[in-house]
Write a protein that binds this ligand. Structure first.
Ligand SMILES: NC(=O)c1ccc[n+]([C@@H]2O[C@H](COP(=O)([O-])OP(=O)(O)OC[C@H]3O[C@@H](n4cnc5c(N)ncnc54)[C@H](OP(=O)(O)O)[C@@H]3O)[C@@H](O)[C@H]2O)c1
Ligand SMILES: O=C(O)[C@H](O)[C@@H](O)[C@H](O)[C@H](O)COP(=O)(O)O
Length: 471
C-alpha cells in the first residue's frame, strides 16, 4: 500500500476534522485512535476522501503506514495522556521523525518534552490549533512552534490546510520549542476576555435595561458589521437568537450561569504574572468564570447585599459598542504584551505582527480589529506598548469615553463589569505620567527599609520615617 505523508492519532472532534481537511487537500493520511471503532467511523464519514486515508488498528501499524521521515500529529487531551502517548510512540519512531502535539498543551510541558526527545533525534512540535471543529475541517489558524527544520517540513502541508485571510494562509512558525503552544494559550486568554466583555454588555442590557434575549441578539447582529465584526460577536448574536424548540423560550435563558474552563485562560494569567506582566482583563475573565461556579454563595449574597437601583441615565447603544471595542483593544494589547515578554524571556524570534495576521481568519478570536493590530505591530510600537501606537491610541481616544460611560453607569447601578472595568483601569494607569507608586515605596521603606529612588537626585535612599505606635 502507498505510504501516508502524515499520521493523525486521535480521531475525536479535532483530529477527525483535521485528517479530513488534510485528505481534502490531497494529502495521504494514516489515521488511528485509542478506541478503534472511531477509525471505521472516520472512514465512513470520509466518503470519497476515504481513498486518501490509511486506517490503522494498532499503533505499530499506524507508524508503519508512514513514509520516512515520519510526521505524526496527535490530537488528544493535554497533560498525562500526551506523556503516555509519547512513551508509547517513542520506541516506534526513528531519528529525524517529527512528532506534533496539536492539543491545547501547557507550553512548559512542550518545552520539557522537546528537550527530552531531542537526544533521540526526534523533533517535537507544539502546534496551536484554533477554530473549533469547523475550523479544523475547513481551515484553522495554526500557531507552530518547534525547530526551524521541522517547520520547513511541515510548512507545505500546513499552508494547504490553514484558513486564508484573502490569499494569506493563517499559519506561521511563531518561535522554537513551546512558542506555538504559548501563543495558543494567549489566544485563548484573549478569547476568555472577549467572551467575558460580551457577556458583561449582555448583562447590562438584560439586567439594567430589561431587554429580552431576542432584542439583544438584534443589537449584536448589528455589530457583526463594522468595527466590532468578529466571530465571537456573530456567535453571540446567533446563540442569543436561538429558541428552545421544547419550551419556546430563548435557550440562553434556560442555561445554568456556571462557565466551564479547561485551563488555557488560567495559564495565560499564570504565565503573565511569572513574566511580571498583568493581563488584568484576562485575569478578570478567568476570575469571573470561577465566581460563576459559586452559585449557592451567589444566591446567598443576592439576599444579603442590597444592590442599588439601576441608574436612570442608561448608556446609548453607541456607548455600549464603543465600550466593547475599547475593551477588546485593551485586552488584545495585554495579550500581545505577554507575548512580547515571553519572546524576550525564552529567546523566541516572535513576529507579533505575523501572529495578529494569522489570527485574522480561522480562529475563535478572528475579528476586524486584528487587521488593524497587525498593521500597528508591523510599525514602531512606542515602548513596546501597543496602545501607544498612533493608530491604536487614536481609536482608543474615540472609544474610551464610551467605555468610561458604560463602566460608570454599571458601577452606579451595581451591575458587575469586571473585565471592562479592569481594561479601563489599565488604560487609565497607562495614561498617568505620575502614578501613586511613590506612596507604595514610602510604605515599603518605612516598615521594611526597602529603599527608594528620589526624583530630585540620583542614588538609593531611605526616609527618616516616624515610628508607628501599635499600642
Ligand atoms: N474542541 C475544540 O474546539 C478544540 C480546539 C482546539 C484545540 N483543541 C484540543 O485538541 C485536543 C483534542 O480535542 P477534541 O476536542 O478533539 O477532543 P475529543 O473530541 O474529546 O477527542 C479526544 C481524542 O483523544 C483521544 N484520547 C483521549 N484520551 C486519550 C489517551 N489517554 N490516550 C490516547 N488517546 C486519548 C480520544 O480517544 P478515544 O476515542 O479512545 O477516547 C479522542 O480521539 C485537545 O487537546 C483539545 O484541547 C480542541
Ligand atoms: O481556539 C479554539 O479553537 C478554542 O479556543 C478551543 O481551544 C476551545 O474551544 C477552548 O479549549 C475552549 O476553552 P475552555 O473550555 O477553557 O473555555
Amino acid at each position: 500500500m502507498q505510504p501516508a505523508r502524515i499520521g493523525v492519532y486521535g480521531l475525536g472532534t479535532m483530529g477527525r476534522a483535521l485528517a479530513l481537511n488534510l485528505a481534502e487537500n490531497g494529502v495521504r493520511v494514516a489515521i488511528a485512535n485509542r478506541e478503534t471503532d472511531w477509525v471505521a467511523d472516520t472512514m465512513s464519514e470520509a466518503g470519497p476522501l476515504a481513498d486518501r486515508l490509511v486506517p490503522a488498528e494498532t499503533l505499530e501499524g499506524f507508524v508503519a503506514a508512514l513514509e520516512p521521515a515520519r510526521m505524526v500529529l496527535c490530537m488528544i487531551p493535554s497533560g498525562a495522556p500526551m506523556d503516555d502517548m509519547i512513551a508509547r510512540l517513542r520506541p516506534l519512531l526513528d531519528r529525524g521523525d517529527v512528532l506534533i502535539d496539536g492539543g491545547n498543551a501547557d507550553f512548559n510541558d512542550t518545552r520539557r518534552r522537546a528537550a527530552e526527545l531531542a537526544p533521540h533525534g526526534l523533533d517535537y512540535v507544539g502546534m496551536g490549533v484554533s477554530g473549533g471543529a469547523e475550523g479544523a475541517r475547513t481551515g484553522p489558524s495554526l500557531m507552530v512552534g518547534g525547530s526551524p527544520e521541522s517547520w520547513d517540513r511541515l510548512r507545505p502541508i500546513l499552508t494547504d490546510i490553514a484558513a486564508r485571510f484573502g490569499a494569506d494562509p493563517c499559519v506561521a512558525h511563531v518561535g522554537s520549542d513551546g512558542a506555538g503552544h504559548f501563543v495558543k494559550t494567549v489566544h485563548n486568554g484573549i478569547e476568555y476576555a472577549d467572551m467575558q466583555m460580551i457577556a458583561e454588555i449582555y448583562g447590562l442590557l438584560r439586567d439594567g435595561a430589561g431587554w429580552e434575549a431576542g432584542r439583544i441578539a438584534g443589537l449584536f447582529g448589528d455589530w457583526t458589521r463594522g468595527p466590532l465584526a468578529s466571530f465571537l460577536v456573530e456567535t453571540t448574536a446567533q446563540v442569543l437568537g436561538h429558541v428552545d424548540a421544547e419550551t419556546g423560550r430563548p435557550l440562553v435563558d434556560l442555561i445554568e450561569d456556571r462557565a466551564g474552563q479547561k485551563g488555557t485562560g488560567r495559564w495565560t494569567v499564570i504565565e503573565a504574572l511569572r513574566l511580571g506582566q498583568s493581563a488584568s482583563a484576562i485575569e478578570a475573565a478567568v476570575g469571573a468564570r470561577a465566581w460563576s461556579a459559586e452559585i449557592a454563595a451567589r444566591h446567598a449574597g443576592s439576599a444579603l447585599f442590597n444592590a442599588p437601583p439601576v441608574a436612570s441615565d442608561a448608556p446609548s447603544q453607541d456607548a455600549l459598542a464603543q465600550a466593547l471595542l475599547a475593551g477588546r483593544i485593551l485586552s488584545h494589547a495585554q495579550g500581545f504584551a505577554v507575548l512580547r515578554a515571553a519572546a524576550r524571556e525564552y529567546g523566541w524570534d516572535m513576529d507579533l505582527s505575523r501572529i495578529a495576521e494569522i489570527w485574522r481568519a480561522g480562529c475563535i478570536i478572528r475579528s476586524a480589529l486584528l487587521d488593524d493590530l497587525a498593521s500597528a505591530l508591523a510599525g514602531q510600537v512606542p515602548h513596546g506598548v501597543l496602545i501607544l501606537s498612533p493608530d491604536i491610541a487614536a481609536r482608543l481616544a474615540d472609544a474610551v469615553p464610551g467605555l468610561r460611560r458604560v463602566v460608570g453607569w454599571a458601577v452606579a447601578s451595581g451591575l458587575p463589569v469586571p473585565a471592562l472595568s479592569a481594561a479601563l483601569a489599565w488604560h487609565d494607569s497607562m495614561g498617568q505620567a505620575r502614578g501613586t507608586a511613590n506612596l507604595i515605596q514610602a510604605q515599603r521603606d518605612s516598615f521594611g527599609a526597602h529603599g527608594f529612588r528620589r526624583i530630585d537626585r540620583p542614588g538609593d535612599h531611605h526616609g527618616d520615617w516616624p515610628r508607628v505606635d501599635n499600642a
